[in-house]
Structure formats: structure tokens, C-alpha cells
Design a protein. Structure first.
Length: 456
């Protein structure tokens, strides 16, 4: 029995029973003590008043009168002479009473209780000595039955037991309710999380409650959904990778087959050249995948340094501009002096990637621009082209891994669809953002925003 409701129920039982016991002890000792003391005092007072009468008139007549008086009351009386011989008593007079007055009591003038224990004796007994001028003439014994006290105690005890029993029953009911409303849902949730962790997608039964358990159920549900989505993404990604690898391999094998046939040397060279290109693409794809894997495992270190962004961009511009010219496209550079804290190598990789995309997706005579502008505390870097643009429906997915707008055509142009997802990852690791604005047929602009400072 390790469940919560049982523990709570047991705690409840323990606390309530403890309170019961404390109350009972107080009641029992306090009430009972007072009651018995009162009884003893009253008994002694009654005995003393008989004694007072007998001190004045110690004769048969008065003795009989005293006995008569007590025979009507619940208390009993017995009077002895100085040698403890019984002179008179009220009826009924039991053997036990006789036993009580056998010995001379050791009492002083005021009288005393000689039997005060209510528990084991049927009577409380007091003795009041009768004097005649300093000489002891005899004793007045008073008896009060203890049965009523014992019945009071019995009543108290049985009531206490009843209360304890009710508490016990209440605790069982409490445990039952706690278990229905707390433990069972928790056990259910536990079972469900177990199944989720074993890889089963499990709809979490909606616990429609506005308390912590309801919240827990809701968050387990969203956890399970996230997990499911991740699993699906991973599977899709693996399937895409398999596909990406298979296609170039098929080409490689095909061209190699042709190249090994007896064909003329010029043709063979052509095919070998294609094989080399395909192999390079494959190598690039594997390299990019490896980079992404490192990013996912957080093993991708970004070492930031303060870099003059205008100088970095000029450097890139000078390197890549001849490629644009070769393809009869123009590249423009519009910059302002500015600092930014970036990983130079990674950041250049992003710019090259974006420029490469722009180059691939513009026609002859097209124009691409690199533009660096400063805003308050940030710098904005835009790479725009007036090329084919991206269809509206593809824009939201452009940064996803392996996503390409035109699968067949871009394959020929050598894209893996990983470039932008790597770029996004790198920019975000820099604490920046990258977004795209594009219109089909008009052109595309990628805008990177990172923290930086202007140089006035
Ligand atoms: N400047 C651009 N103009 C038009 N389409 C673009 C541009 N840049 C990227 N794209 C589209 O986004 C897709 C993903 O780009 P990217 O992740 O770099 O992959 P890749 O270049 O390997 O195809 C490209 O296949 C292309 O369809
Ligand atoms: Mg690319």
C-alpha cells in the first residue's frame, strides 16, 4: 500500500485519533477527578453531620433515627462504638461493608475517607469519630456506591470507542474518494507516460479539471504530440536523405557503366567529368548533413569575434564577383561601416550560400545586390535578386531541411535543399534572425538581422 490516497488517509486517521485520545484523557481525568472528589466531600460532610448529632445524643433513639434516615438515601451508614462493635446500620448492609469496618480506622477528629478507590471497590467509605470530651465513643461510617461512577466511565469509554470507530470508517471513505479523484488519475497518467516512452502515441484521456492534475494531463498530451511530430519529422527526414543519396548514386552507377564500355575517348572523358561532379555533390551533401547533425547535438561551436562587417562583405564580394560576371549577371555592394560580433567563417558560409542561391535562381542579365544598413543596435543585411522568385505556397517551407521548390530542376543545378536550413541555424546561433521576401517572377530578398553597432 504505497499509494498517495492511502498515505493521506492514514495520516488523517492518525491525526484525528490523536486528537480524540488527547481529548479523552483530559475529559476522563478532569471530569472524573472532580466528580469523585465532590462525592467524597459530600459523603464525609454527611457522616460528620450525623456524628455531630450523635455527639450530643448518643442514645438508641438517635442511633435508630440516623439509620432510618440513611435507609431512604442511596448512601448507607453504620455506627460502631469505640471498640468497633456495630451498634446500628441502615439496610441493606452487605458482607463487604462489614469487612470495611472491621479494623479501627486511623482517623483524626474531622474524619476522613478510608476507602477512596472507586475502581475496585463497590463503595467509597468515610469514617467520622464521635467524641465525648476528648474521649472516643465510636465511629460513624458512611458508604456511597461507586457503581454510578463506573457506569459514567463505561459510558465515556464506549463513546470514545464509537467516535474512534466513526473516524476509522470516515478515513476509509476518505481513502476511497482520494483514490478515485487523485490516485487513479495519477496512476492512469503514469501508465500513459510509460506507453508514450515506449513509443506508442497515446491520446491522453482528457481530465477536465481546473486543478494541477488537469494541467498535468494537458501537458502530457502536448508532450506526446510533440514527440509524435518529432518522430514523424525524423522519419520523413531519413526517407528524404535516403532518396537524396540514392539518386546521385544511380547516376554515378549509370555513367560509370557507360564509361567502362568501349566508347571513344572524348565521350568517356565527358562521362568521367559528370561522375566527378556528381561525386562532389554527394560529398557536399554528406558534409552538410554532418554539419546539421552536429548542430542538433549542440556540438557546433560558434566563436564570435568583433568583425568589421563592411570589410568582410567587401572581401566576399571581391571573391565572388568574377563568378557572376562569368554568367553574365551583375553583383552590387552597398555598405556602411559597422561592427558586429560574429563567427567569421560561419557567417561567410551563410553569405556565400545566399549568393549562390541568388546566382542559381536568376537568369542571364540578372542583378543581385548585397546591402548592409544600420539600425538602432542592430545591423540589417539584405541579399536581393531579380530572379525567378519563390512561389507563395513554398515560402513558409523554404528554411526546412531538404526542401526545394522545384525538385527535379534544382537537382540538376546541384542543390540539396539543406543550404537555407543550415544558414538559419547559424544565424540563430548568433542570436539573429533570417527571413525571406519573395514574389514569383520578380525576385527574392533574404534579410538577416543581428546585433551590431554602427561606426559614425
Ligand atoms: N534566391 C532564390 N530565388 C529563388 N528560389 C530560391 C532562392 N534561394 C533559395 N530558393 C529556393 O529555396 C530552396 C532551398 O534552398 P537551399 O536550402 O539553399 O537549397 P539548395 O540551394 O541546395 O536547393 C531552393 O531549392 C530554391 O528552390
Ligand atoms: Mg543553396
Amino acid at each position: 500500500m504505497k499509494n498517495i490516497s492511502f498515505k493521506l488517509g492514514a495520516l488523517f486517521l492518525a491525526v484525528v485519533l490523536f486528537i480524540h485520545v488527547v481529548l479523552f484523557i483530559f475529559l476522563y481525568t478532569g471530569l472524573l477527578h472532580n466528580r469523585i472528589e465532590d462525592e467524597k466531600k459530600a459523603l464525609l460532610a454527611r457522616g460528620n453531620s450525623h456524628r455531630d448529632v450523635l455527639e450530643h445524643h448518643f442514645d438508641d433513639m438517635t442511633l435508630k433515627h440516623v439509620a432510618l434516615m440513611e435507609s431512604e438515601a442511596e448512601t448507607k451508614v453504620a455506627v460502631t462504638d469505640a471498640n468497633n462493635r456495630l451498634l446500628v446500620y441502615s439496610k441493606p448492609f452487605t458482607e463487604h461493608m462489614k469487612q470495611m469496618i472491621k479494623k479501627k480506622p486511623a482517623v483524626s477528629g474531622k474524619g476522613a475517607v478510608i476507602q477512596g478507590s472507586w475502581r475496585d471497590h463497590p463503595y467509597l467509605v468515610t469514617a467520622s469519630p464521635i467524641y465525648d470530651n476528648e474521649k472516643r465513643k465510636g465511629y460513624v461510617y458512611m458508604f456511597a456506591p461507586t457503581a454510578s461512577i463506573r457506569s459514567l466511565v463505561d459510558k465515556l469509554t464506549s463513546q470514545f470507542l464509537l467516535a474512534a470507530f466513526l473516524t476509522f470508517v470516515l478515513s476509509i471513505i476518505l481513502v476511497f474518494f482520494l483514490s478515485k479523484f487523485i490516485t487513479m488519475p495519477i496512476i492512469n497518467l503514469k501508465q500513459i507516460t510509460k506507453e508514450i516512452s515506449r513509443g506508442k502515441h497515446h491520446p491522453v484521456p482528457a481530465i477536465k479539471r481546473a486543478d494541477e492534475l488537469g494541467e498535468l494531463a494537458a501537458s502530457i498530451q502536448s508532450l506526446s504530440n510533440d514527440l509524435e511530430r518529432l518522430k514523424k519529422e525524423r522519419n520523413d527526414f531519413l526517407a528524404s536523405i535516403a532518396h537524396e543519396l540514392r539518386t546521385p548514386l544511380t547516376y554515378l552507377k549509370g555513367y560509370a557503366d557507360i564509361a567502362t564500355r568501349p566508347i571513344d575517348e572524348k565521350e568517356r572523358l565527358h562521362y568521367l567529368h559528370i561522375i566527378k561532379e556528381e561525386a562532389e555533390k554527394l560529398a557536399l551533401l554528406v558534409k552538410e548533413l554532418f554539419e546539421l547533425a552536429k548542430m542538433d547535438k549542440n556540438q557546433f561551436a560558434i566563436t564570435k569575434e568583433r568583425v568589421r562587417m563592411d570589410e568582410l562583405l567587401t572581401e566576399i564580394y571581391e571573391k565572388i564577383e568574377p563568378v557572376f560576371n562569368e554568367e553574365e549577371k551583375s553583383l552590387g555592394l552597398i555598405i556602411e561601416p559597422a561592427w558586429a560580433s560574429v563567427d567569421e567563417k560561419r557567417f561567410s558560409q551563410v553569405i556565400y550560400n545566399l549568393l549562390d542561391n541568388a546566382l542559381k535562381h536568376t537568369n542571364k542579365g540578372g542583378r543581385v545586390e548585397i546591402r548592409l544598413t544600420k539600425e538602432k543596435g542592430t545591423i540589417k543585411l539584405a541579399i536581393s535578386d531579380n530572379g525567378e522568385g519563390i512561389p507563395k505556397e513554398d515560402v513558409p517551407y523554404i528554411f526546412e531541411r531538404l526542401y526545394r521548390v522545384d525538385k527535379s530542376r534544382s537537382r540538376l543545378r546541384g542543390g540539396s535543399g539543406l543550404g537555407l536550413s543550415i544558414a538559419k541555424e547559424i544565424i540563430e546561433r548568433h542570436g539573429g534572425t533570417i527571413r525571406v521576401q519573395s514574389q514569383s517572377g520578380k525576385g527574392t530578398t533574404f534579410i538577416i538581422t543581428i546585433r551590431g553597432e554602427a561606426i559614425e
